[in-house]
Ligand binder design. Structure first.
Ligand SMILES: O=C(O)[C@@H](CO)OP(=O)(O)O
Length: 231
């Protein structure tokens, strides 16, 4: 049956600088570009061919998709960009250093913000500088939909409509799909696909640039999950 490949974007400038990123539109680092190209080479080596590509509206994921498709010579496939695949919004933590935050609030609090399923980060309001409500790319969204900060649960709730309306129907139609997105939007999607519990999802990490390949049966049960390391 159909295959689904998930790729977390290659290392970004802010991954490198250890900053909370969320919906900030930061670029790939040099290493991130190399990882994205390596992902494409691995895809080619394994003979993976896609019918559709999905990504977020953030350049680190979009560029990762493009490098991966370029290296595997399938840039021509239909490609869709959606805010539903954005990284989880990190609220008022965006732009702050993770180590500084751990010193200020304690390691445990920062770990809870980063990996708990349902604890929200400190929120941004629509008037705050850096609010996504001021960004033209979200102008067609109901302002009440634009988050001031998200946990994994809320992230999952906005990824699911995309899965149900777009991705699952294509997989059921035996089409192969590639999704280039972010650590937490992909953790959310993996939780749903693999039926991972709220507790166990805290331990699931996505490596930058690493393609994760799912094979499904005709009821969308996972038959196999493989990873192609890129470092
Ligand atoms: O800063 C972020 O947006 C994410 C992904 O890099 O970080 P975390 O490891 O806390 O999920």
């Amino acid at each position: 049956m159909a295959k689904l490949v998930l790729i977390r974007h290659g290392q970004s400038e802010w991954n490198l600088a250890n900053l909370f990123t969320g919906w900030e539109d930061v670029d790939l680092s040099e290493k991130g570009v190399a990882q994205a190209k390596a992902a494409g080479k691995a895809i080619k080596e394994h003979g993976l061919e896609f019918d559709y590509a999905y990504t977020s509206v953030l350049k680190r994921a979009i560029k990762t998709l493009h490098y991966a498709l370029e290296e595997s010579d399938q840039m021509w496939i239909p490609e869709f960009k959606t805010w539903r695949l954005n990284e989880r919004h990190y609220g008022a933590l965006q732009g702050k250093n993770k180590a500084d935050a751990a010193e200020k609030y304690g390691d445990e609090q920062v770990h809870i913000w980063r990996r708990s399923y349902d604890v929200l980060p400190p929120l941004l309001s629509a008037d705050d500088e850096g609010s996504a409500a001021k960004d033209r790319r979200y102008a067609n969204l109901d302002p009440r939909t634009i988050p001031g900060g998200e946990n994994l649960k809320v992230t999952l709730e906005r990824v699911i409509p995309l899965w149900e309306d777009e991705i699952a129907p294509k997989l059921l139609d035996n089409k192969n799909v590639i999704i280039a997105a972010h650590g937490n939007s992909l953790r959310a999607l993996s939780k749903y696909i693999e039926n991972i519990s709220d507790e166990d999802i805290m331990n699931l990490e996505m490596a930058t640039g690493e393609p994760v390949v799912y094979d499904f049966d005709e009821k969308l049960n996972v038959l196999s999950k493989d990873k192609y390391p890129v470092d």
